[in-house]
Design a protein around this ligand. Structure first.
Ligand code: URA
Length: 226
């Protein structure tokens, strides 16, 4: 049965909000603030129970370039903002070197709540990859963001974002840094996640990995200018 399109997302049950938000956004019945506010109370999967808050996308709406990562980390969960921790700081440097102004873009994640497990000493919260079901439950939020941001270029950071939005046939290490045909945006590019640079075994690997990320990101302004 077709879902009725609603104007007031706050009236929708928290577990039904992702799909309702996408329907309302696609029909141009709600704006960014309403969608973000509805996401704050989302119960579309179980991740809200252990997270501090929903971390929705942030930046220009609309924007020429939109970035999508995996899920908020520990720092993002506390701040309520995407990419503000170590991976975000590295992304900032890479954007700067690639000639992309962070203030002019929109940045978000496929999954809006932090999935974590306690470290063995119980003192830290360790990142845990979101399950397929959690990614699927959250997907309408990023699809709503896409419908609102209307980017000319969409950059998917890492396999979780790439596979969630383009399908499992996309392989980041094979397909990175070149345009991928998609209905999501005129230009779609996948690259490694900034955390992959942070996980490098030594400084030589880190430098090479960072240079690769910058090179992939650099294709975006080059294509937009063409
Ligand atoms: N990693 C992500 O994928 N997103 C963030 O916001 C932070 C770390």
């Amino acid at each position: 049965m077709a879902r009725a399109v609603v104007d007031d997302l706050r009236a929708v049950a928290p577990e039904a909000r992702p799909a309702a938000a996408l329907a309302a956004t696609s029909a141009a019945r709600v704006g960014f603030d309403e969608v973000r506010d509805a996401a704050a109370g989302c119960r579309g999967c179980d991740l809200w129970e252990r997270a501090t808050q929903t971390v929705f996308g942030q930046g220009r709406v609309p924007a020429r370039v939109m970035f999508v990562g995996e899920q908020p980390g520990d720092r993002e969960d506390i701040a309520g903002e995407p990419f503000v921790g170590p991976a975000g700081q590295l992304l900032d440097r890479a954007l700067d070197e690639a000639g992309i102004d962070r203030e002019s873009v929109f940045i978000t994640n496929v999954v809006k709540h932090f999935r974590w497990r306690p470290a063995p000493n119980g003192k830290r919260r360790l990142h845990e990859k979101p399950s397929k079901a959690q990614v699927g439950a959250c997907l309408p939020w990023v699809e709503s963001e896409l419908a609102l941001v209307k980017p000319e270029a969409l950059v998917l950071l890492g396999a979780t974002a790439a596979n969630a939005l383009l399908g499992s046939e996309v392989k980041v290490m094979r397909d990175r840094g070149r345009p991928i045909e998609s209905v999501l945006a005129p230009l779609v590019v996948v690259t490694i996640h900034p955390s992959a640079v942070l996980r490098s075994r030594d400084s030589a690997e880190r430098e090479a990995s960072f240079a690769g990320l910058v090179a992939d990101l650099g294709t975006v302004p080059a294509h937009l200018a063409a």
